[in-house]
Design a protein around this ligand. Structure first.
Ligand code: DQA
Length: 142
């Protein structure tokens, strides 16, 4: 079985993106960490990152058969309506993750159009948030 790990715009440059906010781990580090967390359950990670919303929508559509998903939508949290529609049709539990504590930042980051559809939301814990989201899927997915 596969878990979808989906990262949105500007997350492919993690490690050299505002490290004071997002830390120094790369996306490859995060993808490896999620793989470690789900390995015990015998799951594989399908890790995908796109900067374009349409490519993310297509990725979700093509992975409706995964057992669960972890999604960091980046700034698409603010107005990613087509990504939201794609996730509304996702039949399995999925977790929204934000590295930074979005409520401690600019007010335009204080609401996510995706979050009402998520099984859970983790913010502000850096890369650990992805591990915890993976553990949540392991613990809750039947
Ligand atoms: C982010 C928070 C978003 O507001 C921002 O646009 C990002 C990263 C995070 O992981 O903290 O791109 O999703």
């Amino acid at each position: 079985s596969d878990v979808l790990l989906l990262n949105g715009p500007n997350l492919g440059i993690l490690g050299r993106r505002q490290p004071e906010i997002y830390g120094t781990d790369t996306l490859a580090d995060i993808e490896r960490a999620v793989g470690e967390e789900v390995a015990a359950r015998g799951w594989n990670v399908v890790a995908v990152q796109h900067d374009c919303e349409g490519a993310l929508v297509r990725t979700v559509q093509e992975h409706y058969d995964t057992v669960g998903a972890i999604v960091n939508p980046g700034a698409l949290m603010i107005a990613g309506w087509s990504l939201r529609d794609a996730l509304a049709n996702y039949p399995r539990p999925w977790m929204e993750v934000h590295l930074s504590n979005v409520w401690a930042r600019e007010s335009f980051r204080h609401d996510s159009v995706l979050a009402p559809l998520a099984s859970g939301v983790i913010v502000g814990l850096g890369p650990l948030g992805y591990r915890l989201a993976a553990r949540a899927l392991v613990a809750t997915v039947g």
